[in-house]
Design a protein around this ligand. Structure first.
Ligand code: FEO
Length: 170
């Protein structure tokens, strides 16, 4: 039986995951407008992953007889200065989500809610990957510096990201 506090926290996390999808779509639109289609593609895939994260939580709530309550989403920022600034914002966002997942896990532990802990272990592992992939692109953009040719090489590489692929290679 889900406690009300875990149920509420899971509903909040569903909204955070959809908000992340919304933010990454905004970033995707920025990259496309800058003719960086590879970065745009990477962000489009990232947004899809976030929807999958939200659905994983939503389905878990349903499976456990919980009440799903979808929330309003805030408008994501569309004010971006550079590819590096966007990817740094994406990394910062993932670090924030990691904190949210960790707090959720703490709550599930306090409530002795073992099924929720098992669900969240997947998310804890996923966040390691999420931070690694965004952080890797930040590092590569810093290496590229002001070189347009290096930026285009990276753009071509990011264009190869598949829908289910983990981002070990980026
Ligand atoms: Fe759902 Fe990017 O964490």
């Amino acid at each position: 039986m889900l406690s009300t506090s875990v149920e509420d926290a899971l509903n909040n996390q569903i909204a955070h995951e959809f908000h992340a999808a919304y933010l990454y779509l905004s970033m995707m639109a920025y990259f496309e407008s800058e003719s960086l289609g590879g970065f745009g593609h990477w962000m489009r895939m990232q947004a899809q992953e976030e929807v999958e994260h939200a659905m994983r939580l939503l389905d878990f709530l349903l499976d456990r007889g919980g009440r799903v309550e979808l929330k309003a989403l805030d408008k994501p920022t569309s004010d971006f200065d550079s590819p590096l600034a966007v990817m740094e914002a994406a990394l910062a966002h993932e670090q924030k989500v990691t904190g949210m997942i960790n707090r959720l896990y703490e709550l599930a532990t306090d409530e002795q809610d073992y099924p929720t802990q098992v669900l969240l272990q997947w998310f804890i592992t996923e966040q390691v990957e999420e931070e690694k992939s965004a952080g890797g692109i930040v590092d590569q953009l810093k290496i590229a510096g002001d070189s347009p040719s290096a930026l285009l090489v990276l753009d071509g590489k990011l264009a190869e990201r598949g829908p289910e692929e983990d981002e070990d290679e980026t």
